[in-house]
Design a protein around this ligand. Sequence first.
Ligand code: ZN
Length: 364
Amino acid sequence: MSFTVTATDGAARAGVLRTAHGDVPTPAFMPVGTKATVKTLDPDEVRAIGAHIVLGNTYHLYFRPGHELIAELGGLHRFMGWDGPILTDSGGYQVFSLRDTIAAVDDEGVTFRSVYDGAAARFTPELAAEIQAALGSDIAMCFDQVLPPELPRREHEEAVRRTTLWAARQKRAARAPGQLLFGIAQGGVDPELRRQSVEEISALDFDGNAIGGLSIGESREQMFELTAFACDLLPPEKPRYFMGIGDPQGILGAIERGVDMFDCVLPTRTARTGSALTSEGRINLRNARFARDQRPLEDDCPCPACSRFTRAYIRHLVNQAEVLGLRLLTLHNLRFLLDLTSRARTAIEGGRLSALKEDVSWVP
Ligand SMILES: [Zn+2]
């Protein structure tokens, strides 16, 4: 088994996921390195702020620079200079969220136009497997059909059926040595379709299971309800991955309901808008009130931004579009979420997760 649960607190779990490039303590927040880089950071910096695993993206790496080139250069770990665990998303989310680039979806796969140059392309579960095998990620994801929650039920029924069909095909495809494969359950916000998808994907017996297609437009309440519902149906001995959640309350809420892994572009994207995640909430450094603010972004934060620089200085960097400003905000925002996740892990081990939640109730 590649996953061990080491402590529980209610539905929440702490555990260890073993991969070909090392162990990942869970709950785990995974910084997103879409194009083989966590934007603006050196891999040593990513490790130093407490990340154990990073994400890469099949869709983007397939088009630029190409999975075959990366394989020729020794695989994704060597290519990007990160020797820790890597999870690669399958490309399903990218293909289906860029809806106006889709030409046709059928049971074989999906035809679409590349977001890079508009050229026609086709993804199938077999190609998603081949790309991820070439990249050599530690965890590969199944190619799935993601739909916005508001689409009619019959479309979600089709997506669930196809997602299972594709998952079964991808499971038979070749993988990189030691590569784990996770299935993804869809089903929109319809509990019966969710149940069907979770049960069908679980039955295929992947190394782990992901909850996909949530946190993309439904209400918070609905999202948490469906997360709890899915976790309850998923096999307890396998890791559970909620795809695309990264705000502090969302992370804690998902952990509380039994999720082990999550990722989000929020901390890095927030940095690019000149904003920092702090215990006061999200602060935008462009605001004039920070011009003379001598405090760090967050008191007692050990990140490279907070240990040396003031809000006033980072505001100046942001206003001048200096690269250092972007780097410092990215380092701080990731550290903030990685610390929160690691505190959640310690709290679960001590049976104190609800106390931690109250402790950080100030975090919006
Ligand atoms: Zn900091």
